[in-house]
Design a protein around this ligand. Sequence first.
Ligand SMILES: NC(=O)c1ccc[n+]([C@@H]2O[C@H](COP(=O)([O-])OP(=O)(O)OC[C@H]3O[C@@H](n4cnc5c(N)ncnc54)[C@H](OP(=O)(O)O)[C@@H]3O)[C@@H](O)[C@H]2O)c1
Length: 327
Amino acid sequence: MRAVILSETGGPDVLRLAEIDDPTPGPGEVVIAVEAAALNYADLMQRNGTYTKGVALPTVLGIECSGVIIEIGTDVTGWMIGDRVCTLVPGGGYAERAAVSASQLLPLPRGVDLVTAAALPEASATVWSNIIDTCALAPGEVLLVHGGTGGIGSFAVQAGKALGAEVLATAGSEDKLRRCQELGASRAISYRTEDFAREVLAHTAGHGADVILDNMGASYLPKNIEALAKDGRIAIIGLQGGREVSLSLAALFAKRASLFTTSLRDRPAAAKDRIVTGVRRDLWPHLESGRIKPVVDRVFPLAEAAAAHRYMETGRHVGKIILRAGG
Ligand SMILES: NC(=O)c1ccc[n+]([C@@H]2O[C@H](COP(=O)([O-])OP(=O)(O)OC[C@H]3O[C@@H](n4cnc5c(N)ncnc54)[C@H](OP(=O)(O)O)[C@@H]3O)[C@@H](O)[C@H]2O)c1
């Protein structure tokens, strides 16, 4: 099969399309003919060498994909050859075939095509594990999503609204602020020209955000605490704004704040299985009803993975960028 191989870290041009052996399913696994894989911020970090959880090279990038089951290993129940699925993968998504754990498969939501479905596993699992599971967002609460038009953010804004929260979001351009509102944010805040903490407090009459989904880390932590409601929860999912910060515990105490850091990819298989079960139970119905719509910006052929990475690095995208292996 053909796959996009990372043999050395560097710029987008280190990505190479190569012929490698087809995968075979281990116990509990199926092999899917991959239709599409979606790009993630973590793929860029892995490619440029800034990903902290080292993955040995050479490797095939890609942590989520969609496709059709073509082979079933031992100890697999509930799935058949020909089923159309999407799934998290620990790596190996940028390929024509992938051996994946059957317990992490998700069926295509009604009305979502096979290519678009590649956009769903990582965003839905990240949103479920942080907003629903860890932060227990309740209907009527206020959710602040940073980067409301990103791959994760565009799903999070819609999910927050579908779960009955009031959603506020940050973004970096006029067009993206408008898109945040179209996705369901009642207030979109420019992280370039506005003080987001002040705007969140003003918009909520001083209450603040009950839950904050944060991709920035260090640079945003003081302002996130300022923007937080009493008993608020902050889930830090990314460190785009740095790793080191000096923190006032008194400020956290004043809000009775909870601060979480989470990651998805390196969780044990049983934890991921639990997340996927939660996604299917709590978020899939909203995809099927159309209250959450996958947002796809552009689709590139698998052979143009470097161009897709280059495009993602411009930061112009809204939603997910997809690599198409099938078709
Ligand atoms: N912990 C986990 O389990 C987990 C899982 C998946 C992803 N993540 C993390 O989630 C983040 C988003 O990933 P992605 O794949 O969705 O990437 P993406 O589509 O490239 O999104 C990046 C987002 O960052 C926003 N951003 C950039 N500078 C910002 C600033 N100063 N303030 C607020 N937002 C800013 C961008 O907003 P503009 O476009 O408006 O500039 C964009 O929405 C990454 O940090 C990634 O590592 C974590």
